[in-house]
Ligand binder design. Structure first.
Ligand SMILES: NC(=O)c1ccc[n+]([C@@H]2O[C@H](COP(=O)([O-])OP(=O)(O)OC[C@H]3O[C@@H](n4cnc5c(N)ncnc54)[C@H](OP(=O)(O)O)[C@@H]3O)[C@@H](O)[C@H]2O)c1
Length: 230
């Protein structure tokens, strides 16, 4: 059984836990305040989930997810995550996070900064452009479901959507490709992390939150991305 350590239990972390458990994974989930604050969520997720500190979740993980915004002052369980694939699903949002000069100057991507924080881990950007939160109904009642649930399809379905993955570590891309497949999505490899600006907020591929995009559409939209981001 594969155990995912999910660091971050907000909209993204809790929904990712839910869909991962449905796909057969075990989950150890953490927030910044402590496991005792996650008992309600664990009750909803069931027996395949448990709450832990971030360090314990990282130690228990076969692979991990950092489901919270990047900050230069982050205290991460570097030793517990050493050698492991760490999925970073963060989007750089200036209105939320403030400015990071290296990213603004196109010298580094926000995910390269996360890789620097976890130098012994295999950081991989994934799940950044799929919504984990419910939203208002636009057309049908199912519109309200988080896109990661609403858009999931079995392998080979004609309307299956694709998600992007970027890493400096090929084994991390392979792991995320299998994980995406388990959750109902194809993968498009946009490695290395230095190229991951192509899927940042504001890029052509970014504007497909509602209906998603096929592999071919996603590849085309990644190629159409231009710096500076508009
Ligand atoms: N929401 C989406 O649909 C969506 C989609 C794609 C990508 N993302 C990305 O996913 C990330 C999380 O977004 P969100 O909407 O889930 O935010 P959120 O609802 O504010 O949740 C953030 C979570 O991270 C926890 N946290 C913060 N620092 C932590 C640390 N050092 N160790 C462990 N846990 C920590 C928080 O714990 P406390 O509450 O205890 O502080 C909280 O549980 C963001 O980077 C966002 O850009 C979100």
């Amino acid at each position: 059984m594969t155990t995912i350590g999910i660091l971050g239990a907000g909209q993204a972390g809790s929904t990712l836990a839910r869909v991962s458990i449905a796909a057969g994974y075990d989950v150890v989930i953490a927030n910044s305040r402590g496991p005792e604050t996650l008992m309600g969520l664990i009750g909803e997720l069931g027996h395949r989930a448990r709450a832990a500190t971030a360090a314990d979740a990282a130690a228990a993980a076969d692979f991990a997810v950092t489901a919270f915004p990047y900050s230069p002052s982050d205290h991460l369980p570097v030793d517990e995550l050493a050698g492991k694939v760490v999925i970073d699903n963060n989007n750089y949002m200036v209105w939320r996070d403030g400015h990071f000069p290296e990213v603004d100057a196109d010298l580094k991507t926000i995910h390269e900064l996360r890789q620097e924080q976890l130098p012994t881990s295999k950081v991989v950007k994934a799940f950044t452009h799929i919504q984990f939160h419910e939203r208002f109904q636009i057309r049908f009642p199912s519109d309200t479901l988080p896109a990661v649930i609403r858009l999931a399809r079995p392998a080979g379905a004609p309307d299956r959507k694709a998600l992007v993955v970027s890493s400096d570590h090929p084994e991390a891309v392979e792991l995320v490709t299998r994980y995406y497949d388990d959750l109902g999505f194809d993968a498009v490899d946009n490695s290395p992390l230095a190229e991951s600006w192509r899927s940042a907020p504001g890029t052509p591929m970014w504007r497909h939150h509602v209906d998603g995009q096929s592999r071919e559409e996603l590849i085309r939209n990644l190629q159409r991305a231009e710096r500076p981001l508009g």
